[in-house]
Design a protein around this ligand. Structure first.
Ligand code: SMG
Ligand code: MG
Length: 380
């Protein structure tokens, strides 16, 4: 269903950007490295009618994506925020226009997504309208999966997974890389039987590794996520034809166009939707819509979001085409202390879709200040 225009335009007065450093409860290891502190940018738009919040989900290094914090910090201040300010000077600014206004800047989708979300939040708050309702949510809670990083050895992985199952997570995703794939997956299968299980390679393989990846077929995984590189669409199609395990794309799907192409080429039969990676929640809904029309299941990915992005992800994951559990876990999976007053918790394996206006969250100003390492305010 197409999104109806949000009735409320906003009158942009200023944009505040902050770099945050949030310590993780435990190191998070993927095929491209280990994170112990999450570096992220938070956006606050100040409007005549109140504030709106967004999150720019870059990491401190460009290993998941070409985007990274200091690049985002620069492009936001020099190009993207000024473009929004200019547009808002001559006419009222509608959230649905943000994508078009920012389009002349190539790429930098995570920054665009964070800015659009902040404008959307400000707009919806003035209308008293929840983001979920606006996006087309059909559920009031969503099943919660958890992404488990690579551990010291398979035994440690089994122990970590046990802890998450005890908490009630309904689906386990484990990170894999060459040399830490078949044995790790086998250990989890052997220990826990037929739990919903999937793996994520974060582009660590090439088509030459097809035999190893085919060895995962015997584990009846829900899917294998992003085995090959971001631009390996044709190779993903060749791999998908060889595997019984469904191939899911994450990094490769940077837009609705990319999703359409990947599906046309049969490079994926499942898509991970992350609003940051695709340039915003509105583009995320467009990908949801096209996958739904094509009968392709989607699920909501995660970027270790703070309470801001986590609330938005819960809203997105409540759309009808999100038929697989997402990486929308409780805030406590990553953070001892979130920057919102009411962090998302796990309840019977689910997280609740916020019902308050906009994102439905309130920022904890003390917690936010405590983790802020850089701050700038841009005024018209
Ligand atoms: O937010 O639960 C989360 C993290 C989920 O594994 C996750 N994200 O490739 O899907 C992915 C990764 C990207 C971030 S890796 C640092
Ligand atoms: Mg992934």
């Amino acid at each position: 269903m197409p999104i109806a225009r949000a009735a409320a335009s906003v009158n942009l007065e200023a944009v505040e950007l902050r770099v945050l450093h949030l310590p993780l409860v435990a190191p998070f290891t993927t095929s491209f490295g280990t994170e112990t502190v999450r570096e992220v940018i938070v956006v606050r738009v100040r409007t005549a009618d109140g504030d709106g919040w967004g999150e720019i989900v870059t990491q401190h290094e460009p290993y998941y994506s070409s985007e990274y914090t200091q690049g985002a910090w620069d492009v936001a201040q020099r190009f993207l925020v000024p473009a929004l300010m200019d547009a808002g000077t001559f006419a009222p600014l509608f959230p649905e226009q943000v994508g078009t206004i920012l389009e002349p800047v190539i790429g930098h989708r995570m920054v665009k997504a964070g800015l659009e979300l902040a404008v959307l939040d400000a707009s919806l708050r003035t209308q008293g309208r929840p983001l979920g309702e606006y996006l087309g949510a059909v559920r009031d809670r969503v099943p919660s999966g958890v992404s488990v990083g690579i551990q010291r050895d398979p035994a440690a992985l089994v122990e970590a997974v046990q802890g998450y199952l005890d908490q009630g997570y309904v689906r386990i995703k484990i990170k894999i890389k060459p040399g830490r794939d078949v044995a790790d997956t086998a250990a989890v299968r052997d220990a826990f039987g037929e739990i919903p299980l999937q793996v994520d390679a974060n582009s660590a393989y090439t088509l030459a590794d097809a035999d190893v990846l085919a060895a995962l077929d015997r584990f009846d995984l829900l899917l294998i996520e992003q085995p090959l590189q971001e631009d390996d669409i044709v190779d993903h199609a060749a791999l998908a034809a060889r595997l019984r395990t469904p191939v899911c794309l994450d990094e490769s799907i940077v837009s609705a166009k990319a999703a359409r192409d990947a599906l046309a080429l049969r490079a994926a039969s499942v898509i991970n939707i992350k609003a940051g990676r695709v340039g915003g929640y509105l583009e995320a809904v467009r990908i949801h819509d096209l996958c739904r029309d094509a009968g392709v299941p989607v699920w909501c990915g995660g970027m270790l979001e703070t309470g801001i992005g986590r609330a938005a992800n819960a809203a997105l994951a409540a759309l009808p085409g999100f038929t697989l559990p997402g990486d929308v876990s409780a805030a406590g999976r990553f953070y001892r202390r979130d920057i919102v007053t009411d962090p998302i918790v796990l309840d019977d394996g689910h997280v609740r879709v916020p019902t308050g206006p906009g994102l439905g969250i309130e920022i904890d100003p003390v917690a936010l200040d405590d983790v802020t390492v850089e701050r700038v305010e841009l005024r018209r």
